[in-house]
Structure formats: C-alpha cells, structure tokens
Design a binder for this molecule. Structure first.
Ligand code: ZN
Length: 147
C-alpha cells in the first residue's frame, strides 16, 4: 500500500460524506430505526423497504461526522437489492473489519473504511449505521445507541 492509494480512499470517504447516496427518507418504509452515537454526536435515521427477505429500498438521514455519513452512504449502496442473508453476513464482516487487525477479507468499497480501526473512538462512527440497520431489521424501532 502506498500513500497514493490511501489518499484515494480518503477522497472516497470525503466524497460520500459530502454527497451521501440514498440520503433522505422513504414514503412507506417497512422497517425503521434510529441510531445514536453520543460520544461523537452522530444521529442516523434509517428507513428500509424489505420484501421477500430482500432490501428493496433504503434511505437514511441525520447528522454526524464525515465518517458516520460516509459509512452510512456506502452501506446503503452495498445492501440495496440484497438478501437479508447477505446483509447479515456483511454486518458481521464489517464489524470484524473494524475490530480485528488481522481481518483482510476484501469487502469491496467498504474496505476504504479499514483505516478507521486505528482510531477506536471513530470505529463507533463507522459501525453506527450497521447497528442501526441491525435494529431496524430486528424491529427495534426505539433505536440503538453505541453506549
Ligand atoms: Zn462520528
């Protein structure tokens, strides 16, 4: 890995934070949850439309730091159109990516967030959207907090 690649990754993160994909809300979501990371102040509202065990549509809004927004933006891109089995596997793989130094499975675009694991405080920013997704699918509408 050279610095050029690292810079590219950071650019992608900044790009997603500035212009998040799937930012907004759904008209008739089948699932919804709110996530809160009090350490940083990140808040995310996640709407999902799940039919036939597949994520048909997804949108998020809220307020937070660049990492939390970029992570949520990337997550919505990854899970849209995917099965709940895929989402569950990705949830565990992403958590491993964020917490285990030895984990180097290629998670596609999500791998750009790998550098975050050197900063434990920021790991919660990156994983907030995934915990919120998990809560939404489990129908815990009252939401989750990282604390
Ligand atoms: Zn944050």
């Amino acid at each position: 890995m050279n610095n050029g690649i690292e810079e590219l990754y950071q650019e992608l993160i900044i790009d997603h934070a500035r212009k998040p994909k799937n930012f907004g809300s759904l008209v008739n979501p089948s699932h919804h949850a709110q996530g809160h990371n009090p350490l940083c102040g990140d808040i995310i509202e996640l709407d999902l439309k799940i039919e036939h065990d597949t994520v048909q549509d997804v949108a998020f809004h809220g307020d937070g730091c660049a990492i939390s927004k970029a992570s949520a933006s990337l997550m919505t891109e990854i899970i849209r159109g995917k099965s709940l089995d895929f989402v569950q596997t990705m949830f565990h793989d992403f958590h491993a990516l964020m917490t285990h130094d030895g984990f180097d499975k290629d998670l596609g675009k999500l791998s750009v967030l790998k550098g975050v694991r050197q900063f434990p405080m920021r790991v919660k920013c990156a994983t907030l959207c995934w915990h919120t997704l998990h809560a939404a699918i489990a129908n815990k509408a009252n939401g989750v907090t990282t604390e």
